[in-house]
Design a protein around this ligand. Structure first.
Ligand SMILES: [Zn+2]
Length: 153
C-alpha cells in the first residue's frame, strides 16, 4: 500500500481571505474627525519645534517627532500645489474617473493636504488654482466627510 501523499499531485488552489477589522483612531485623529463631521471644520495641530501646522492633525510632528501642542482651525481654502488626473477606475477609488487627486496647501497649514477636486474639468486644473472644501451631506467622521475641493475665484 502506497503512502497517501506519494502518488498525489500537489494541487494549489487560489482563495481569498476577507479580514474585516476596526482600529482605534486615537485621541488626536478622533478629535479631528468629529469636528469634521459635526462642525465641518478642518483642524490642524501646531508643532512647537518646526512651527508647522500639520493637517490632518497629528499627535506628534512627523518631521521633529515632538508632541504637537495647539489646535488650529483652518478656513478650508487653499492652493493646488500639484495634482494628477485619474483616468482609469477601480473599486477602491472614491470617485468615478476621470477625476483629480491634488496636494493642496491649505491656508495656514505647513503641510500639503491630499484630497480630490470636484466641480471642475480635470483638463482645466492648474497648479496655483485656488480651491475650497465642499463637505459631504452625510458625514460619518471619515476623511471623506470632505467630499472634494472645488475651484474658487
Ligand atoms: Zn515639527
Amino acid at each position: 500500500m502506497g503512502d497517501y501523499w506519494s502518488d498525489a499531485e500537489n494541487m494549489i488552489q487560489p482563495g481569498k481571505i476577507k479580514v474585516p477589522y476596526t482600529w482605534q483612531a486615537g485621541e488626536t485623529a478622533s478629535h479631528y474627525l468629529t469636528r469634521l463631521r459635526d462642525e465641518k471644520k478642518i483642524l490642524g495641530k501646531h508643532c512647537p519645534k518646526c512651527d508647522k501646522v500639520l493637517v490632518p492633525a497629528r499627535k506628534n510632528c512627523p518631521y521633529c517627532t515632538v508632541p504637537t501642542d495647539e489646535w488650529v482651525e483652518l478656513a478650508g481654502q487653499g492652493t493646488v500645489e500639484t495634482f494628477t488626473v485619474v483616468r482609469k477606475g477601480n473599486a477602491i477609488q472614491p470617485m468615478k474617473p476621470p477625476f483629480v487627486y491634488a496636494i493642496i496647501q491649505l491656508d495656514g497649514a505647513g503641510t500639503g493636504f491630499i484630497h480630490m477636486l470636484g466641480e471642475v474639468d480635470p483638463e482645466s486644473v492648474e497648479e496655483g488654482m485656488r480651491v475650497e472644501a465642499v463637505f459631504a451631506e452625510e458625514r460619518t467622521a471619515s476623511p471623506l466627510d470632505i467630499a472634494y475641493f472645488k475651484p474658487i475665484g
